[in-house]
Design a protein around this ligand. Structure first.
Ligand SMILES: [Zn+2]
Ligand SMILES: [Zn+2]
Length: 80
């Protein structure tokens, strides 16, 4: 499984998994800092900053935000 940059600690230790007993959404987890967030895959969009389709919509316990796993750009997102 490939590892991505974590939006919290910015280390390349962010991975995703699917466990339907926990959530129907993809769950992202950082093995380094323990940051965890759910992804809404129906809201995938193009990153405004780098133009790639790596902009994902995440929901952590603290807030909802969009995050680009390619250029690490974070933007605000509404509730979902
Ligand atoms: Zn982290
Ligand atoms: Zn980007």
């Amino acid at each position: 499984m490939s590892e991505h940059y974590c939006p919290n600690c910015e280390e390349k230790s962010f991975t995703w998994s699917i466990d339907e007993e926990v959530s129907l959404n993809t769950v992202w987890n950082c093995s380094l800092c323990g940051f965890q967030a759910e992804e809404n895959e129906s809201l995938e969009s193009v990153c405004e900053s780098c133009g790639t389709k790596n902009n994902i919509h995440l929901k952590s316990s603290a807030h909802n935000f969009c995050y680009c796993t390619h250029c690490k750009k974070q933007t605000k997102s509404g509730e979902w």
